[in-house]
Structure formats: C-alpha cells, structure tokens
Design a protein around this ligand. Sequence first.
Ligand SMILES: Nc1ncnc2c1ncn2[C@@H]1O[C@H](COP(=O)(O)OP(=O)(O)OP(=O)(O)O)[C@@H](O)[C@H]1O
Ligand SMILES: [Mg+2]
Length: 215
Amino acid sequence: MVLLEAEKLGRQVSADRWLFRDLNISLAAGEQLALQGASGVGKSTLLNLLAGLDQADEGRILFEGKDLKKMGGDEHLHLHRIAFGFVFQAFHLMPHLNALQNVMVPCLIAGLPLDQAKARAQALLNELGLAESYEKFPAVLSGGEQQRIALARALIHRPKIVLADEPTGNLDPVSANLALELLCRSCREHHAALVMVTHSDKAAERLDRRLFLTN
Ligand SMILES: Nc1ncnc2c1ncn2[C@@H]1O[C@H](COP(=O)(O)OP(=O)(O)OP(=O)(O)O)[C@@H](O)[C@H]1O
Ligand SMILES: [Mg+2]
C-alpha cells in the first residue's frame, strides 16, 4: 500500500533558482528511504514539504491518497499529532520542559494515560543512554543529548511515518549506531515508514532505498 506520494513536486527559492522540479516519490507503508545529497541541495526543504510543514510551488503530496493541501484543519492537525513523527535538524525541544516531559508530549496530545506515556518515554531514553537525564532541561544538555531526545519524541506515539533530518548528525559513532538501531527497529516493529536525511553512506545502506538529490 502506498502511504506517501509526491507528484511532480517543485520548490523555487528565487526567480531563477529551483531547488528541485518534477520530483516524484512513492513510499510504501513500512518502507525505509534514505535521502542524500550535498549540503544546500534541498533535503531539509523536501522533508518539510513531505511533512506538510511547508508548501510546494508545483505538484502535490498525497498521504494515504489524500492531497495534503486539500485537507481541512482537523485532518491536518491529526496528521501532525498522530500520524507523523518528525526529527528536526535543529531539534526544536521545548525549553521549559525537561527531557522526560519533552519526549512524553506527543503521547499526551494523542490522549495516552500519563503513566503509559511516562513508561514509554523512560524506555526510549534508557535505550538511547539517557537514563540519567530525565530531569534535565534542554539548556544544560549537549547537542547530541538533545538530538537523542528529539528522536525519542518522534517515535513515542508510534506514528505511521517518521521523517528524520540527519537524526544522528551530532552523535559520536557509538551513540549514532545506537540511535540508528532504535530508529530502524522501532519503525519496523510498528510498521512505520521512514524518510531519513543522512550524509552517512553506512547509515543509508541500512534502509530499503536511497534517493540522491542533486542540482
Ligand atoms: N524559503 C527560502 N527562501 C530562500 N532560500 C531558501 C528557502 N528555503 C531554503 N532555501 C535555500 O535552499 C537551499 C537548500 O536548503 P536546505 O536546508 O533544504 O538544504 P539541505 O540539503 O538540507 O542542506 P544541509 O545538508 O546543509 O542541511 C539553501 O541554499 C537555502 O538557503
Ligand atoms: Mg538540511
């Protein structure tokens, strides 16, 4: 079953510069796709479009056969709250919430009981080597620690698709491997599709398919 489709997608950043044009992607439920290409080529821009966080200049994106642009406010909210998990390149953790609370947010929005949300958040943080950091706030956490928290937050509500922008870019090789293992395994266990931007060929090779963006 096709989960996410991009048709003739185009994004223009100035009068004479298209980042990409006529781009077609079809992603099956549970499929894992790596998105690669040089810095500045448009990977984050494409990921944001696929997530419905930004609007294309040409073409359309369908999620479960429905055009993102034609969705009503409620449907759009549902996508972002329930169906999608997103790891931002710049993390975007909530500064006034501690690590555990940041990870729990998507579950609480989805209506899961507090104790279940907490148990899931603790299990994910433990797996990512952050068992000592539950109570810490983003301001006192390293970039790599924040990145792992952002990853846990994208997985906790078991979305249908995880969109991850260089989710291991700030991690040392051991932590990167742990994080990648968890990301791939969690997606497979819950039959979630994955689109992961990465500069690492080794990481990309673990996924089902690789897409290279060029200019
Ligand atoms: N709204 C915008 N207006 C003008 N330029 C933009 C806009 N959005 C993105 N760009 C430009 O598009 C290009 C692609 O940016 P993007 O962040 O998608 O690259 P990337 O492939 O993710 O790079 P990196 O690997 O460094 O993260 C950059 O040159 C950026 O300056
Ligand atoms: Mg980027």
